[in-house]
Design a protein around this ligand. Sequence first.
Ligand code: ADE
Length: 415
Amino acid sequence: MNMIRDESLAPEGLEKIRWVKEHMPVLKNLESTLGKSKPLRGINVAICLHLEAKTAYMALVLKEAGAGVVITGSNPLSTQDSIAAGLASRGVEVYARYNATAEEYKEYLYKTASSAPGLVIDDGGDLVSLLHKKFPEHLPNVIGAAEETTTGLIRARAMEKAGALAFPIMAVNDALCKYLFDNRYGTGQSVVDGIMRSTNLIIAGKIVVVIGYGWCGKGVAMRANGMGARVIVCEVEEIKALEAHMDGYEVMPLIDAAAEGDIFVTVTGCSKILTEAHFKAMKDQVILANAGHFDIEIDKEALAAITEGPRRVRKDVDAYIFPDGRRIYLLGEGRLVNLAAADGHPAEIMDMSFALQVMALKYLSDNAGDLENIVHPVPAELDKEVASLKLQGLGIKIDSLTEQQKTYLESWELD
Ligand code: ADE
């Protein structure tokens, strides 16, 4: 059972979980309602997510809803050992340690997949992919999975296209109450948080280069700008580049931005974004951070090949030194900076994302056997319910349409 670093850390972990719970009213509401009806009774839920406090609270809500829960981390640097211990002390099966080696990370993922899950929550697609590749005997048990990220959905849709999906997948990332808030405001704040915590340097007055202007990139650019940085955006898609321009940022090719930036943030989901040519063009003491799911966006091997290093100069900061003395600082080993060097998105944001995850699992379970083995959108009513519960939790009231207004909006013959 459990593979964790230190079970004596449980009280510290439970305290952190209690803190976030008090800032997650939607999830708290689900805990109370599903705790009574126990809709997931008897179902094993396997989770591969960043193992920090908000994730842990969701795991406990699923337990309260009747499920058995097995969990692993979705990145070796985002697991918090106290949280892993706290969850284990509450009856969740945990396979995760901070700074796990590549072999350990793989072993934990295998342990999680071999629990023969009925439902899955994935962040990045590793667990879904492993189940399909190595555990064909478990596939018939899986009612379905819910995916948290853009990256994971790209993989799920590739599997769907190849006719390889053995169970339905709910596209939680694509729900409005997910990407409008989590990808934009969550990533925006937590990435700046990770850069600030790891470096203790100022953002104001610096040139921040944001590479990729999807919802996450938009959030990073907005918050860096709000902290007083001059923001340059690099994009490959015409419409997004125009959006960045009209949002007030400079837009230019990455090779040009490379010579100007002080801080670079990759948010593309693609590999080999910052490469040798960019590193060679950079100024002394630039900071590189990645906010995409995998550590593939900054070519660490190419950086190591042309510099001396990495030399650890601060927690979560490695220096790479050129023969001419110029230094490049890489944060969090090029892994998600907001989770490797901070605590991930704020609790109020993950409240919505994780409420959607819980609702998506309930939806899969309620519709077991009736859904095609494809990627499904989260039903709009569930999205709306999360928004409504969130407004309620925030004490915000809104207007509703009058009957006359509804009639006007529904008719086409009226003058
Ligand atoms: N906390 C848990 N999962 C997270 C995610 N995918 N992004 C940011 N913070 C998180």
